[in-house]
Write a protein that binds this ligand. Structure first.
Ligand SMILES: Nc1ncnc2c1ncn2[C@@H]1O[C@H](COP(=O)(O)OP(=O)(O)OP(=O)(O)O)[C@@H](O)[C@H]1O
Ligand SMILES: O=c1[nH]c(=O)c2[nH+]cn([C@@H]3O[C@H](COP(=O)(O)O)[C@@H](O)[C@H]3O)c2[nH]1
Ligand SMILES: NC(=O)CC[C@H](N)C(=O)O
Ligand SMILES: [Mg+2]
Length: 523
């Protein structure tokens, strides 16, 4: 799908930051994909990368049996960059020595440049007191390389890890003990840029305009003269797919917007206004509130609720497809993190925390083929494309809203009597965030309905009613998050409005949990 043949392969050894490596490389204008470390020689050759990056990982390369990339990685004549575990496994595999260190390093470290190499020359911002070039980096390791393999020289070091950078300019092989992909490593983007542009000789083809052209071409190839049905939620991803498909296949596209009774306030009207009225896209609105709520009645287990919602969505799409003549394709706004997270990280070895309803394919009996043009893209890329396609800024920069919607924000059993006040409370919170200029500085914000009751007093009368929790987080990639430190006066104002204006709510609390250990949603 890439607009040029230039691509970087990232082999994942299970680092928390593997997705970040892929994002950084793409931000630098080069397409990259993540695949598991045990990809075979044939798969690696088939991918035809211009360069390979080996990620970090939790294992130890100092023992036999630690995960190792196929030797093809070092034999196919393309540059290789090993990061942290990636450097250690490369060193071990090519004949160097790796051992556990008594001095572990986590967090900020200052690395001194100790020898020349193409990857790091002239990349520093400052020099150390002894006149050596200095890098300000972020480390997270317990093992270290003790001796580099032959052909490599040591080009950087710290006191605890004298071999913190190794290089073989001849073969284009490099290893870094620190993480250039995290923003805390000040020179990180420059280092990755040096690797992909100067050492792997990749250009800058991965840009929104080019991406759109190649996505459109690919959709046209896949769909031909066929008819496409798109599940349109009004969220960022499916909205961008709608705009893209509209441009690619015009009238062959019909969208279905399912009102499952678990949406934000006025969502349906907004979707219809933007797409049907302004963009001239065909949109069918299905009122499925009763159907979803009765399917959910009596169920309080979070995973069971997610499964019911996912299945009901598919049933509704299937029925709508049956009503139209000859629909061949079902399109969805699946993006790369949905795929990676549902698979339990790229390697398929991490735990699945939540099942995303839109990943996992369609049931056997559905004869439709899936069209998922954004399946390889990150959210920030999707947003850039959305703007380029002419969608309104408010829509493209909306906070994400999970497919199961309020279904996972009403704890336990879902009832209309809970969804209605939750929608009101959520709308007050979000509109106040906008009024006070906080909406764009938090990454996601919402209200949660707690089906417990607490005692209150209002107008001298006793109240015994439900509780609303407010949640707002700041995050780059939704994998980790910190709770947003919103001003007390602001929270006070929102809490008063909710208790005063929403029937059945007598208390408001603010969630001050980070992720981890909490997730962003409550279920
Ligand atoms: N109410 C709905 N009606 C129709 N399709 C839906 C609905 N909710 C979700 N979907 C389908 O499921 C996909 C995944 O939902 P998800 O919430 O991840 O993405 P999104 O809603 O497009 O974007 P965002 O992450 O910004 O909310 C959507 O892209 C869409 O195709
Ligand atoms: O489309 C979705 N379908 C889902 O089933 C789903 N579950 C969580 N989310 C969103 O993913 C991000 C991380 O959520 P958690 O920290 O709660 O796992 C947050 O942005 C969540 O809103 C979902 N999105
Ligand atoms: N972050 C990493 O890749 C760590 C690598 C290895 N597990 C170590 O502790 O040194
Ligand atoms: Mg959504």
């Amino acid at each position: 799908m890439q607009p040029s043949d230039e691509k970087i392969l990232i082999l994942d050894f299970g680092s928390q930051y593997t997705q970040l490596i892929a994002r950084r490389v793409r931000e630098l204008g080069v397409y990259s994909e993540i695949h598991p470390w045990d990809w075979t020689a044939e798969q690696i050759r088939g991918f035809a990368p211009k360069g390979i990056i080996l990620s970090g990982g939790p294992e130890t390369a100092s023992v036999d049996g630690g995960p190792k990339a196929d030797p093809e990685v070092y034999a196919m004549g393309v540059p290789v960059l090993g990061i942290c575990y990636g450097m250690q496994t490369m060193a071990a595999e090519l004949g160097g020595r790796v051992a556990p260190s008594s001095k572990r390093e986590f967090g900020y470290a200052r690395v001194a440049r100790t020898g020349p190499c193409r990857l790091l020359d002239d990349i520093e911002d400052a020099v150390t007191t002894d006149g050596l070039a200095q890098l300000d980096v972020w480390m997270s390791h317990g093992d270290r390389v003790e001796a580099p393999p032959s052909g490599f020289s040591v080009v950087a070091g710290t006191e605890s890890a004298p071999v913190a950078g190794i290089a073989d300019d001849g073969r284009g092989f490099y290893g870094l003990q620190f993480h250039p992909e995290v923003t805390h490593t000040l020179q990180g983007a420059r280092i990755l840029g040096r690797f992909i542009h100067d050492i792997c000789n990749c250009g800058n083809a991965w840009q929104p305009g080019n991406i759109i052209e190649s996505l459109i071409e690919r959709v046209r190839d896949q769909v031909g003269a066929g008819k496409v049905l798109l599940g349109l939620s009004g969220g960022v991803d499916s909205s961008v797919v709608a705009a893209l498909l509209h441009q690619a296949v015009g009238d062959q596209l019909t969208c279905v917007f399912v009102d499952n009774g678990l949406l934000r306030k006025d969502e349906g009207d907004q979707v219809m206004a933007t797409f049907a009225q302004h963009l001239g896209v065909k949109v069918i609105r299905v009122d499925a509130e009763d159907r979803f709520l009765s399917a959910l009645a009596g169920e309080s287990d979070p995973e069971a609720k997610r499964k019911i919602i996912g299945k009901t969505f598919i049933d509704v799409f299937d029925e709508e497809a049956g009503k139209l003549t000859e629909v061949d394709f079902l399109a969805q706004g699946t993006i790369y993190p949905d795929v990676i997270e549902s698979a339990g990280a790229a390697t398929g070895k991490a735990h699945v925390i939540k099942s995303h309803h839109n990943v996992g394919g369609l049931p056997e009996h559905m004869k439709l083929h899936l069209v998922e043009p954004l399946r390889e893209l990150f959210k920030d890329e999707v947003r850039k494309i959305g703007l380029e396609l002419g969608l309104p800024r408010e829509m493209v920069y909306r906070h994400p809203f999970p497919g199961p919607g309020l279904g996972v924000r009403i704890l336990g059993e879902v009832k209309k009597a809970y969804a209605d006040p939750l929608r009101e409370a959520d709308d007050i919170f979000i509109s106040e965030l906008r009024n006070h200029g906080h909406y764009d500085s938090v990454s996601q914000a919402f209200a949660v309905f707690l089906p417990v009751r607490s005692v209150g007093v209002m107008g001298d009368g006793r109240r015994y009613e439900h509780v609303i929790a407010l949640r707002a987080v700041e995050t780059i990639d939704f994998m980790t998050a910190r709770w947003a430190h919103l001003p007390y006066e602001f929270l006070d104002h929102v809490a008063r409005r909710i208790v005063n204006e929403v029937d059945g709510i007598s208390r408001v609390v603010y969630d001050i949990s980070g992720k981890p250990p909490a997730t962003i949603e409550w279920e």
